[in-house]
Write a protein that binds this ligand. Structure first.
Ligand code: COA
Length: 199
């Protein structure tokens, strides 16, 4: 059976956290890198499901949920909400020195205590942003395109004129996919790119 695309349903949080970890090393399995298996999902999945569940879509095959796309139409509003409603509990649960300095877990804890904000020039033209991750078993079958098309239609309907995303330069596969989906580079950093497209 081919994978189907549908809305995220409450109760699927842990499945999405797991997919985030299993694709969290520039698209490859990051589960061997982190001591805490929930940490990356607490940053890249949890707040999106809570803040904008209407913009959460999943790819499902016979074995279950195997991919997702998550987005928010208004990144500054999302960042403000995270400061008020998401980061405080995580900062209490993961104090600054929870993990060995410089370790992958420690880098995520630093993000929790000092999350970067999207740059104003990007947000002005491309206020929405997104994350997309599929397990290997449903990659390369058009599910990424389907999830992306579905999300972008919803973000446009919510009034966003453009959308951006961040991607590691090590993840050349994803960069090729995003270019095919109409994204172009808007910022280049040492290890990562910000890509964007109008809606
Ligand atoms: C990157 C990812 C989302 C792409 O999804 P996918 O389902 O594998 O991609 P699709 O099969 O839907 O491909 C969609 C289109 O992009 C094209 N494409 C995919 N990868 C490409 C690449 N590296 N270079 C050029 N084109 C590419 C496909 O040929 C296809 O073209 P078409 O629809 O016009 O025929 C998916 O592979 C993935 O989740 N990888 C692991 C996690 C990850 O890296 N996430 C991104 C983190 S920033």
């Amino acid at each position: 059976m081919g994978a189907k695309i549908r809305s995220y349903q409450p109760g699927e949080e842990r499945a999405l956290y797991d997919i985030c970890l299993l694709t969290g090393d520039s698209g490859e399995d990051a589960s061997g890198l982190y001591q805490d298996p929930l940490l990356v999902g607490e940053v890249y999945v949890g707040p999106y499901l809570r803040f904008a569940p209407a913009h959460a879509w999943v790819g499902v095959d016979a074995a279950g949920v195997a991919g997702y796309v998550l987005g928010v139409p208004d990144t500054p509003a999302f960042e403000t909400w995270c400061e008020q409603a998401w980061w405080p509990a995580l900062r209490a649960r993961y104090p600054q020195s929870s993990f060995r300095a410089g370790s992958p877990d420690d880098r995520i804890v630093r993000l929790i205590h000092g999350p970067p904000t999207a740059s104003p020039d990007v947000v002005e033209r491309y206020p929405a942003h997104l994350h997309i991750d599929l397990l290997p078993r449903i990659q390369g079958q058009g599910v990424g395109r389907g999830l992306m098309t579905t999300l972008l239609a919803g973000l446009a309907a919510a009034g966003a004129p453009g959308v951006h995303l961040g991607v590691s330069k090590a993840n050349q596969r994803a960069i090729g996919f995003y270019r095919r989906m109409g994204f172009t580079d808007v910022h280049t950093y040492t290890d990562s790119l910000v890509m964007a497209r109008v809606l």
